[in-house]
Design a protein around this ligand. Structure first.
Ligand SMILES: Cc1ncc(COP(=O)(O)O)c(C=O)c1O
Length: 373
Protein backbone atom coordinates (compact mmCIF):
# COMPACT_ATOMS: atom_id res chain seq x y z
CA UNK A 1 0.00 0.00 0.00
CA UNK A 2 1.35 3.42 -0.87
CA UNK A 3 0.37 7.00 0.00
CA UNK A 4 -3.17 8.26 -0.49
CA UNK A 5 -2.37 10.45 -3.48
CA UNK A 6 -4.32 13.66 -3.05
CA UNK A 7 -1.53 16.08 -3.98
CA UNK A 8 -0.28 17.10 -7.43
CA UNK A 9 3.43 17.00 -6.57
CA UNK A 10 6.66 18.15 -8.15
CA UNK A 11 9.21 15.32 -8.40
CA UNK A 12 11.54 17.15 -6.01
CA UNK A 13 12.77 15.87 -2.66
CA UNK A 14 14.03 18.64 -0.40
CA UNK A 15 16.72 17.71 2.09
CA UNK A 16 17.72 21.05 3.62
CA UNK A 17 16.82 24.72 3.74
CA UNK A 18 18.33 27.91 5.04
CA UNK A 19 16.79 31.39 4.74
CA UNK A 20 15.24 31.45 1.25
CA UNK A 21 17.41 28.65 -0.12
CA UNK A 22 16.13 25.10 -0.56
CA UNK A 23 18.37 22.17 -1.53
CA UNK A 24 17.12 18.93 -3.05
CA UNK A 25 18.47 15.39 -2.85
CA UNK A 26 20.53 15.95 -6.04
CA UNK A 27 22.18 19.05 -4.59
CA UNK A 28 20.11 21.40 -6.79
CA UNK A 29 19.40 24.74 -5.09
CA UNK A 30 16.07 26.58 -5.36
CA UNK A 31 14.95 29.98 -4.09
CA UNK A 32 11.75 30.00 -2.06
CA UNK A 33 9.22 32.71 -3.01
CA UNK A 34 6.35 30.51 -1.85
CA UNK A 35 7.16 29.34 1.70
CA UNK A 36 5.15 26.13 1.35
CA UNK A 37 1.80 28.02 1.21
CA UNK A 38 2.88 31.25 2.99
CA UNK A 39 4.12 29.35 6.04
CA UNK A 40 7.79 30.35 6.18
CA UNK A 41 7.66 33.81 7.74
CA UNK A 42 11.18 34.30 9.15
CA UNK A 43 13.13 32.10 6.73
CA UNK A 44 13.98 28.43 6.93
CA UNK A 45 15.97 27.28 9.97
CA UNK A 46 16.44 30.77 11.38
CA UNK A 47 19.14 30.39 14.12
CA UNK A 48 16.97 31.92 16.86
CA UNK A 49 14.05 29.64 15.93
CA UNK A 50 16.26 26.54 15.87
CA UNK A 51 17.78 27.50 19.24
CA UNK A 52 14.36 28.12 20.88
CA UNK A 53 12.89 24.83 19.70
CA UNK A 54 16.01 22.81 20.51
CA UNK A 55 16.24 24.33 23.98
CA UNK A 56 12.56 23.57 24.61
CA UNK A 57 12.80 19.99 23.38
CA UNK A 58 15.61 19.41 25.87
CA UNK A 59 13.39 20.74 28.71
CA UNK A 60 9.91 19.36 28.00
CA UNK A 61 8.32 18.79 24.61
CA UNK A 62 4.72 18.04 25.45
CA UNK A 63 2.08 17.94 28.08
CA UNK A 64 -1.63 18.48 27.59
CA UNK A 65 -3.78 21.42 28.65
CA UNK A 66 -4.52 19.74 31.95
CA UNK A 67 -1.59 21.76 33.40
CA UNK A 68 -0.54 25.42 33.21
CA UNK A 69 1.83 26.50 30.46
CA UNK A 70 3.48 29.88 30.95
CA UNK A 71 4.47 30.10 27.29
CA UNK A 72 0.78 30.24 26.35
CA UNK A 73 0.35 33.22 28.69
CA UNK A 74 3.42 34.91 27.23
CA UNK A 75 2.13 34.37 23.70
CA UNK A 76 -1.29 35.81 24.62
CA UNK A 77 0.40 38.91 26.06
CA UNK A 78 2.71 39.37 23.09
CA UNK A 79 -0.21 39.08 20.65
CA UNK A 80 -2.33 41.52 22.64
CA UNK A 81 0.46 44.05 22.34
CA UNK A 82 -0.28 44.07 18.59
CA UNK A 83 -3.96 44.92 19.11
CA UNK A 84 -5.92 47.96 20.32
CA UNK A 85 -8.41 45.94 22.35
CA UNK A 86 -8.08 42.93 24.63
CA UNK A 87 -8.42 39.46 23.21
CA UNK A 88 -8.08 36.07 24.90
CA UNK A 89 -6.10 33.35 23.15
CA UNK A 90 -7.18 29.80 22.35
CA UNK A 91 -4.47 27.68 20.74
CA UNK A 92 -4.92 24.84 18.25
CA UNK A 93 -2.90 23.22 15.48
CA UNK A 94 -3.93 24.47 12.05
CA UNK A 95 -5.78 27.13 10.12
CA UNK A 96 -8.88 25.02 9.51
CA UNK A 97 -9.06 24.20 13.19
CA UNK A 98 -8.73 27.87 14.13
CA UNK A 99 -11.60 28.81 11.81
CA UNK A 100 -13.72 25.82 12.84
CA UNK A 101 -13.38 26.91 16.49
CA UNK A 102 -14.17 30.54 15.62
CA UNK A 103 -17.32 29.49 13.73
CA UNK A 104 -18.34 27.28 16.62
CA UNK A 105 -17.83 30.15 19.09
CA UNK A 106 -19.85 32.53 16.89
CA UNK A 107 -22.69 30.02 16.94
CA UNK A 108 -22.42 29.33 20.68
CA UNK A 109 -22.39 33.04 21.51
CA UNK A 110 -25.31 34.06 19.25
CA UNK A 111 -27.41 30.87 19.26
CA UNK A 112 -27.61 31.27 15.44
CA UNK A 113 -26.56 28.87 12.67
CA UNK A 114 -26.12 30.68 9.36
CA UNK A 115 -22.73 31.85 8.06
CA UNK A 116 -22.02 34.59 5.55
CA UNK A 117 -18.83 34.13 3.53
CA UNK A 118 -17.42 35.66 0.34
CA UNK A 119 -16.99 34.45 -3.22
CA UNK A 120 -13.42 33.26 -3.72
CA UNK A 121 -12.97 32.44 -0.04
CA UNK A 122 -10.85 29.61 1.35
CA UNK A 123 -11.13 28.83 5.05
CA UNK A 124 -9.92 25.22 5.29
CA UNK A 125 -11.11 21.66 4.88
CA UNK A 126 -12.85 20.61 8.10
CA UNK A 127 -16.62 20.40 8.32
CA UNK A 128 -17.99 23.92 8.90
CA UNK A 129 -15.03 25.76 7.32
CA UNK A 130 -15.04 23.75 4.11
CA UNK A 131 -18.76 24.58 3.82
CA UNK A 132 -17.73 28.25 4.14
CA UNK A 133 -15.11 27.80 1.40
CA UNK A 134 -16.17 28.80 -2.10
CA UNK A 135 -15.16 25.56 -3.82
CA UNK A 136 -17.95 22.96 -4.16
CA UNK A 137 -15.49 20.32 -5.39
CA UNK A 138 -14.01 19.93 -1.89
CA UNK A 139 -17.35 19.99 -0.01
CA UNK A 140 -18.58 16.45 0.77
CA UNK A 141 -22.31 15.76 1.24
CA UNK A 142 -21.60 15.50 4.98
CA UNK A 143 -20.28 19.08 5.06
CA UNK A 144 -22.93 20.52 2.77
CA UNK A 145 -25.52 20.54 5.57
CA UNK A 146 -24.10 23.80 6.95
CA UNK A 147 -26.09 26.90 6.12
CA UNK A 148 -23.69 29.20 4.30
CA UNK A 149 -24.32 32.01 1.82
CA UNK A 150 -21.62 33.50 -0.39
CA UNK A 151 -21.70 37.06 -1.68
CA UNK A 152 -19.11 38.93 -3.75
CA UNK A 153 -16.91 41.65 -2.23
CA UNK A 154 -18.68 44.95 -2.90
CA UNK A 155 -22.26 43.65 -2.83
CA UNK A 156 -23.56 46.13 -0.24
CA UNK A 157 -27.17 45.29 -0.97
CA UNK A 158 -26.97 41.56 -0.27
CA UNK A 159 -24.76 42.16 2.76
CA UNK A 160 -27.37 44.42 4.27
CA UNK A 161 -30.38 42.30 3.29
CA UNK A 162 -28.98 39.01 4.52
CA UNK A 163 -27.63 40.30 7.84
CA UNK A 164 -30.88 42.20 8.50
CA UNK A 165 -32.59 38.80 8.95
CA UNK A 166 -30.52 38.43 12.16
CA UNK A 167 -30.10 34.73 11.40
CA UNK A 168 -26.37 34.80 10.75
CA UNK A 169 -24.01 33.97 13.59
CA UNK A 170 -21.02 35.32 11.69
CA UNK A 171 -19.43 36.93 8.69
CA UNK A 172 -16.06 35.32 7.96
CA UNK A 173 -13.65 37.34 5.82
CA UNK A 174 -10.10 37.18 4.47
CA UNK A 175 -9.14 40.81 3.94
CA UNK A 176 -6.72 39.54 1.32
CA UNK A 177 -7.92 36.29 -0.19
CA UNK A 178 -5.06 33.81 -0.32
CA UNK A 179 -6.02 30.72 -2.28
CA UNK A 180 -8.70 32.76 -4.11
CA UNK A 181 -6.10 34.97 -5.82
CA UNK A 182 -5.32 38.04 -3.66
CA UNK A 183 -8.58 39.98 -3.99
CA UNK A 184 -9.34 42.50 -1.25
CA UNK A 185 -12.52 44.30 -0.22
CA UNK A 186 -12.61 48.08 -0.71
CA UNK A 187 -12.18 50.18 2.46
CA UNK A 188 -15.77 51.23 2.04
CA UNK A 189 -17.10 47.68 1.82
CA UNK A 190 -14.96 46.54 4.76
CA UNK A 191 -16.39 49.33 6.87
CA UNK A 192 -19.89 48.32 5.79
CA UNK A 193 -19.19 44.72 6.94
CA UNK A 194 -18.09 46.09 10.31
CA UNK A 195 -21.17 48.30 10.67
CA UNK A 196 -23.71 45.71 9.52
CA UNK A 197 -22.26 43.11 11.89
CA UNK A 198 -22.58 45.51 14.81
CA UNK A 199 -26.13 46.57 13.85
CA UNK A 200 -27.42 43.02 13.57
CA UNK A 201 -25.60 41.22 16.40
CA UNK A 202 -23.58 39.21 13.86
CA UNK A 203 -20.07 38.31 15.01
CA UNK A 204 -17.14 39.04 12.74
CA UNK A 205 -14.30 36.58 12.07
CA UNK A 206 -11.11 37.92 10.49
CA UNK A 207 -9.40 34.94 8.89
CA UNK A 208 -5.72 35.86 9.25
CA UNK A 209 -4.48 32.31 8.72
CA UNK A 210 -2.50 33.35 5.65
CA UNK A 211 -2.37 37.14 5.94
CA UNK A 212 -1.49 37.37 9.65
CA UNK A 213 1.86 37.64 11.41
CA UNK A 214 3.05 40.53 9.28
CA UNK A 215 2.62 39.11 5.82
CA UNK A 216 0.37 41.94 4.57
CA UNK A 217 2.73 44.64 5.88
CA UNK A 218 0.58 45.07 9.03
CA UNK A 219 0.65 42.60 11.89
CA UNK A 220 -2.88 41.54 10.94
CA UNK A 221 -4.30 42.43 7.54
CA UNK A 222 -7.70 43.49 8.98
CA UNK A 223 -5.87 46.36 10.73
CA UNK A 224 -5.42 47.98 7.32
CA UNK A 225 -9.23 48.15 7.09
CA UNK A 226 -10.02 49.23 10.67
CA UNK A 227 -12.22 46.18 11.23
CA UNK A 228 -13.22 45.28 14.80
CA UNK A 229 -13.42 41.48 14.67
CA UNK A 230 -14.86 39.37 17.45
CA UNK A 231 -12.50 36.57 16.48
CA UNK A 232 -9.11 36.60 14.76
CA UNK A 233 -7.83 33.30 13.43
CA UNK A 234 -4.19 32.56 12.65
CA UNK A 235 -1.82 29.72 11.71
CA UNK A 236 0.71 29.41 8.82
CA UNK A 237 3.38 32.10 9.44
CA UNK A 238 2.73 31.91 13.18
CA UNK A 239 4.92 28.83 13.60
CA UNK A 240 7.27 29.18 10.58
CA UNK A 241 6.59 25.51 9.84
CA UNK A 242 5.80 24.18 13.29
CA UNK A 243 2.06 23.29 13.23
CA UNK A 244 0.35 25.88 15.40
CA UNK A 245 -2.87 27.85 15.05
CA UNK A 246 -4.97 30.03 17.28
CA UNK A 247 -8.09 32.10 17.76
CA UNK A 248 -8.01 35.49 19.45
CA UNK A 249 -11.38 36.06 21.11
CA UNK A 250 -12.54 39.57 21.98
CA UNK A 251 -12.77 40.09 25.75
CA UNK A 252 -16.50 40.76 25.52
CA UNK A 253 -17.01 37.03 24.86
CA UNK A 254 -16.57 35.11 28.09
CA UNK A 255 -15.05 31.65 28.12
CA UNK A 256 -17.25 28.75 29.17
CA UNK A 257 -15.46 25.66 30.50
CA UNK A 258 -15.23 22.89 27.90
CA UNK A 259 -16.81 24.84 25.02
CA UNK A 260 -13.53 24.31 23.10
CA UNK A 261 -10.65 21.92 23.62
CA UNK A 262 -7.70 20.13 22.01
CA UNK A 263 -5.01 17.65 22.99
CA UNK A 264 -2.02 19.02 21.10
CA UNK A 265 -2.99 22.69 20.78
CA UNK A 266 -0.74 25.13 22.64
CA UNK A 267 1.96 22.59 23.45
CA UNK A 268 5.38 23.86 24.57
CA UNK A 269 7.06 23.46 21.19
CA UNK A 270 4.22 25.19 19.35
CA UNK A 271 4.34 28.14 21.76
CA UNK A 272 8.12 28.43 21.57
CA UNK A 273 7.94 28.36 17.76
CA UNK A 274 5.37 31.20 17.74
CA UNK A 275 7.32 33.20 20.33
CA UNK A 276 10.52 32.80 18.32
CA UNK A 277 8.69 34.05 15.22
CA UNK A 278 7.51 37.12 17.15
CA UNK A 279 11.07 37.76 18.43
CA UNK A 280 12.49 37.70 14.93
CA UNK A 281 9.68 39.79 13.41
CA UNK A 282 10.37 42.44 16.06
CA UNK A 283 14.18 42.25 16.28
CA UNK A 284 14.66 42.34 12.52
CA UNK A 285 11.80 44.80 11.85
CA UNK A 286 10.36 42.43 9.28
CA UNK A 287 6.91 43.96 8.99
CA UNK A 288 8.45 47.24 7.85
CA UNK A 289 10.57 45.17 5.47
CA UNK A 290 7.41 43.59 4.02
CA UNK A 291 6.03 47.09 3.36
CA UNK A 292 9.29 48.28 1.79
CA UNK A 293 9.45 45.22 -0.41
CA UNK A 294 5.90 45.78 -1.60
CA UNK A 295 6.96 49.26 -2.82
CA UNK A 296 10.07 47.79 -4.43
CA UNK A 297 7.95 45.08 -6.11
CA UNK A 298 5.58 47.68 -7.55
CA UNK A 299 8.46 49.85 -8.80
CA UNK A 300 10.26 46.89 -10.37
CA UNK A 301 7.15 45.58 -12.16
CA UNK A 302 6.80 49.06 -13.63
CA UNK A 303 10.52 49.46 -14.47
CA UNK A 304 10.71 46.07 -16.17
CA UNK A 305 7.46 46.66 -18.05
CA UNK A 306 5.83 43.42 -16.87
CA UNK A 307 2.38 43.33 -18.39
CA UNK A 308 0.34 42.15 -15.44
CA UNK A 309 -1.87 43.62 -12.77
CA UNK A 310 -0.37 43.70 -9.25
CA UNK A 311 -2.60 42.20 -6.55
CA UNK A 312 -2.32 41.87 -2.78
CA UNK A 313 -0.20 43.72 -0.23
CA UNK A 314 3.08 43.40 1.65
CA UNK A 315 4.65 40.05 0.84
CA UNK A 316 1.30 38.48 0.08
CA UNK A 317 1.50 39.85 -3.41
CA UNK A 318 1.14 38.61 -6.94
CA UNK A 319 0.67 39.21 -10.62
CA UNK A 320 -2.49 38.69 -12.63
CA UNK A 321 -1.46 38.13 -16.26
CA UNK A 322 -5.03 37.89 -17.53
CA UNK A 323 -4.13 34.48 -19.04
CA UNK A 324 -3.13 31.10 -17.54
CA UNK A 325 0.21 31.03 -15.74
CA UNK A 326 0.74 27.29 -15.17
CA UNK A 327 3.43 27.07 -17.90
CA UNK A 328 5.25 30.13 -16.53
CA UNK A 329 5.29 28.68 -13.00
CA UNK A 330 6.54 25.34 -14.32
CA UNK A 331 9.43 26.97 -16.20
CA UNK A 332 10.28 29.18 -13.23
CA UNK A 333 10.63 26.06 -11.13
CA UNK A 334 12.23 23.63 -13.57
CA UNK A 335 14.61 26.00 -15.38
CA UNK A 336 15.15 28.95 -13.05
CA UNK A 337 14.75 26.92 -9.83
CA UNK A 338 12.39 29.46 -8.28
CA UNK A 339 9.35 28.37 -6.26
CA UNK A 340 6.28 30.64 -6.59
CA UNK A 341 2.64 30.01 -5.67
CA UNK A 342 -0.48 29.35 -7.71
CA UNK A 343 -4.05 30.25 -6.81
CA UNK A 344 -7.53 29.07 -7.69
CA UNK A 345 -7.49 31.91 -10.24
CA UNK A 346 -5.26 30.30 -12.92
CA UNK A 347 -4.10 33.72 -14.16
CA UNK A 348 -2.49 34.71 -10.87
CA UNK A 349 1.07 33.98 -9.71
CA UNK A 350 1.34 34.38 -5.93
CA UNK A 351 4.58 35.55 -4.36
CA UNK A 352 4.88 34.69 -0.67
CA UNK A 353 8.54 34.77 0.35
CA UNK A 354 9.82 34.89 3.93
CA UNK A 355 9.44 38.38 5.38
CA UNK A 356 13.23 38.74 5.52
CA UNK A 357 13.39 38.52 1.72
CA UNK A 358 15.54 41.22 0.10
CA UNK A 359 15.10 43.75 -2.71
CA UNK A 360 17.76 41.90 -4.71
CA UNK A 361 15.92 38.59 -4.35
CA UNK A 362 12.64 40.17 -5.50
CA UNK A 363 14.37 41.82 -8.46
CA UNK A 364 15.91 38.48 -9.48
CA UNK A 365 12.47 36.87 -9.49
CA UNK A 366 10.85 39.70 -11.43
CA UNK A 367 13.62 39.73 -14.05
CA UNK A 368 13.07 36.01 -14.60
CA UNK A 369 9.31 36.52 -14.83
CA UNK A 370 9.87 39.29 -17.40
CA UNK A 371 12.24 37.10 -19.42
CA UNK A 372 9.86 34.14 -19.46
CA UNK A 373 6.46 35.85 -19.80
C1 LIG B 1 -7.06 32.03 4.60
C2 LIG B 1 -6.92 30.58 4.99
N1 LIG B 1 -7.68 30.09 5.97
C3 LIG B 1 -7.57 28.81 6.36
C4 LIG B 1 -6.68 27.94 5.76
C5 LIG B 1 -6.57 26.51 6.22
O1 LIG B 1 -5.39 26.33 6.91
P1 LIG B 1 -4.79 24.86 7.17
O2 LIG B 1 -4.36 24.34 5.86
O3 LIG B 1 -3.67 25.09 8.13
O4 LIG B 1 -5.88 24.07 7.77
C6 LIG B 1 -5.88 28.41 4.71
C7 LIG B 1 -4.93 27.51 4.02
O5 LIG B 1 -4.46 27.76 2.95
C8 LIG B 1 -6.00 29.77 4.32
O6 LIG B 1 -5.26 30.27 3.32
Amino acid sequence: MSLYQVYAQYPIELVSAKGMELTDSNGVKYTDYYGGHAVISIGHSHPHYVKSLTEQLEQIGFYSNVVLNRFQEELAERLNAKLNEDYALFLCNSGAEANENALKLASFKTGRKKVLAFKGSFHGRTSAVVAATDNPSIVAPLNAGHEVDFIPFGDHKQLEQLLATEQYCTVIVETIQGVGGLDQPSLDFASEINEQCKNTGTLLIADEVQSGFGRSGSFFSFQRFDLEPDFITMAKGMGNGFPVGGVLIHEKHEAVKSELGTTFGGNYLACRAALAVLDVLEDEDLIANARDLESHFRAEVDRLGIEAKIKGAGLMIGLDFGKPTAALRKTLLEESHLFVGSSSNPNVVRILPPLNCTKEALSTLLSEIKRLS
